[in-house]
Design a protein around this ligand. Structure first.
Ligand SMILES: Nc1ncnc2c1ncn2[C@@H]1O[C@H](COP(=O)(O)OP(=O)(O)OP(=O)(O)O)[C@@H](O)[C@H]1O
Ligand SMILES: [Mg+2]
Length: 318
């Protein structure tokens, strides 16, 4: 992997000022649209939107052994916060999102959303995967409508929401196209519109932009940040890319290699909008990369089960 992080100057500390929501300072907030679902009123610091307490999860492997995937996770996410989660492959990031989505049950501990225990899937939370799950036999508009149909919205509401959210992701003119007629980035935006159209309070995003080219990813970072600022959603975003986490997040939580534990949390209060190329973003990334590198090396030791300690160098472009 690249070693270009060595060429950078000593890292700046990540500015920590959690009293002022980063998006207030320089964010592209309401761009003049008439319908704001939840006008931004600042990140609430009092009530946790999502609260994970002492979460442990064990899987049973095919050989019947117990694999502790998550160990004693404690995390609180504020309403309207953009939390990014990073960690080495296999540390339990997707598992954690599945638990919050209510798709799996933790072995112990509890998850509260708005103070209510998560006991299964709910329309207040929505998980967006890297594999988008769009239906190729439906048009873009019908794909966006699908989740709302499942939710029981009437036709008039579905049509209004479809128009609104397709406009929000700049795809209204492709409403009657089929997904194979779109680029990867456009399909990703359809998936985002479909997720937003069901109006979940909490968006759970599992490496949604990992397969995209750099230009499309940059564009979608801008779009996602704008939509987040306009709608006031709470977002929990998993990524392998530390710079992406700093580009987007109010806070970055780093998980350890198996079992996944919260190793450290990094509040990020660089002014928005940020750029992946920004030197402050790169410097902030270095601090997290240093700790992530330790976990990746630990994972390699376990995966390859070798006596000689393997070493990996990861660049600041990660
Ligand atoms: N259904 C399952 N049965 C058994 N083990 C599982 C199952 N799903 C995940 N695991 C194990 O749990 C651990 C965490 O998996 P998870 O997919 O959450 O990791 P991740 O951090 O999302 O990894 P990546 O970054 O590669 O996507 C891994 O060791 C994985 O092998
Ligand atoms: Mg994963």
């Amino acid at each position: 992997m690249s070693t270009n992080s060595q060429n950078l100057a000593a890292p700046l500390p990540i500015p920590i000022d959690s009293s002022v929501p980063a998006r207030v300072r320089g964010a592209r907030v309401n761009s003049g649209r008439t319908r704001l679902l939840r006008p931004f009123a600042g990140v609430s610091t009092e009530v946790a939107k999502v609260a994970l307490s002492d979460i442990c999860l064990s899987y049973r492997t095919e050989r019947g052994e117990r694999l502790l995937a998550l160990d004693n996770i404690n995390l609180q996410v504020r309403a309207g916060e953009f939390l990014c989660i990073v960690g080495p492959s296999g540390c339990g990031k997707s598992t954690l999102l599945h638990l919050i989505a209510g798709l799996h049950q933790q072995t112990s501990g509890q998850i509260l959303v708005d103070g209510n225990r998560v006991q299964g899937p709910g329309t207040d939370r929505l998980l967006i995967f890297q594999e988008l799950g769009l239906f190729p036999w439906l048009t873009v508009g019908q794909n966006v409508e699908f989740g709302m149909k499942m939710k029981g919205l009437c036709k008039a509401e579905r049509e209004e929401n479809t128009q609104y959210y397709l406009r929000l992701v700049h795809l209204l003119q492709f409403k009657d196209s089929y997904t194979h007629q779109l680029s990867g980035g456009m399909r990703q935006r359809v998936a985002l519109a479909r997720a937003l159209a069901t109006e979940p309070d909490v968006l759970l995003m599992d490496e949604p932009f990992a397969a995209l080219d750099a230009q499309t990813r940059d564009l979608l970072h801008d779009e996602l940040e704008r939509i987040w600022a306009e709608t006031g959603r709470t977002i929990i975003f998993v990524t392998h890319n530390v710079r992406e986490a700093i580009r987007l997040g109010d806070r970055v939580a780093l998980l350890t290699f198996r079992p996944g534990r919260v190793k450290r949390e990094f509040p990020v209060s660089l002014p928005r909008p940020r750029s992946l190329e920004d030197v402050h973003v790169a410097h902030a990334a270095r601090e997290i990369l240093h700790e992530l590198r330790e976990e990746i090396n630990r994972s390699l030791e376990v995966e390859y089960n070798v006596g000689v300690k393997p070493h990996v160098t990861i660049g600041a472009d990660q």
